[in-house]
Design a protein around this ligand. Structure first.
Ligand code: PGA
Length: 249
């Protein structure tokens, strides 16, 4: 059985003061969650988040990591820096990184390797744009992104990796993929993992989230789908009550 995992992606939101308020509201609301609960925060909030979440069921993640160990990469963050803070997860290849910051399948793969080498758990994002969807290329795109992200990644790492299927047109738009569409595309991703590794690995060990305007209203229907193992939540992760309703679906 794959344990569901609900992760918040705060994006570029919340100062340290806002982080303190949000997490103290959140802790009691999600303490009995049946799923894994993760919040991915801006770098400046990580130390506060890790400290506050100690001894709770909330895990903390970053929103990116560089592939190099260290060096002349102004503005970037290394896996060692995140590990030292006590961070456990890291989002890699979010569509906003692909769209605005030149992220490619190759850089996603390099970041995944760097994260795994230091014991961080990647949440790897894949998903098609509206243009690609309308051109009937959804499967082709998620297969290419999945194969690219997992190039030379050992089977032993599968338990430490989460995939998030996020159709770009559904992110922050209020438009959700229908539960059936999300389920079908996640099945395509799982079949790709079966081919890359083995059918049993893909079935038992690969957790695949849906992301894109998931909220307290639609979470139940999405999570009822057999292929959907959780959610990556943007907007609805910024309010403790909304996020807790998603977590406690
Ligand atoms: P959203 O963002 O829930 O605001 O659509 C999801 C994401 O980008 O991870």
């Amino acid at each position: 059985m794959r344990k569901p995992i609900i992760a918040g992606n705060w994006k570029m939101n919340n100062t340290i003061a806002a982080t303190k308020a949000l997490i103290s509201d959140l802790i009691p609301l999600v303490k009995d969650a049946a799923c894994d609960v993760v919040i991915c925060t801006p770098y400046t909030d990580l130390a506060t988040a890790v400290e506050m979440c100690k001894g709770t069921n909330i895990k903390v993640g970053a929103e990116n990591v560089h592939w190099a160990e260290k060096g002349a990469f102004t503005g970037e963050i290394s896996a060692d820096m995140l590990v030292e803070l006590g961070v456990e997860y890291v989002i890699i290849g979010h569509s906003e990184r692909r769209q605005y910051f030149g992220e490619t399948d190759a850089t996603v793969n390099a970041r995944v390797k760097a994260a795994l080498a230091k014991g961080l758990k990647p949440i790897i994002c894949v998903g098609e744009t509206l243009e690609e969807r309308e051109a009937g290329k959804t499967a082709e795109v998620v297969i290419r992104q999945t194969e690219g992200a997992f190039k030379d990644i050992d089977k032993a790492e599968l338990d430490n990796i989460v995939i998030a299927y996020e159709p770009v047109w559904a992110i922050g738009t209020g438009k959700t993929a229908t539960a059936d569409d999300a389920n079908d595309t996640i099945k395509v991703i799982r079949d790709t993992m079966a081919k890359l590794y083995c059918p049993k690995c893909a079935e038992d060990r690969v957790r695949i989230q849906y992301g894109g305007s998931m909220n307290p209203k639609n979470v139940k229907e999405l999570m009822a789908m057999p292929e959907i193992d959780g959610g990556l939540i943007g907007g609805a992760s910024l309010k403790a009550e909304d996020f807790s309703k998603v977590v406690n679906y």
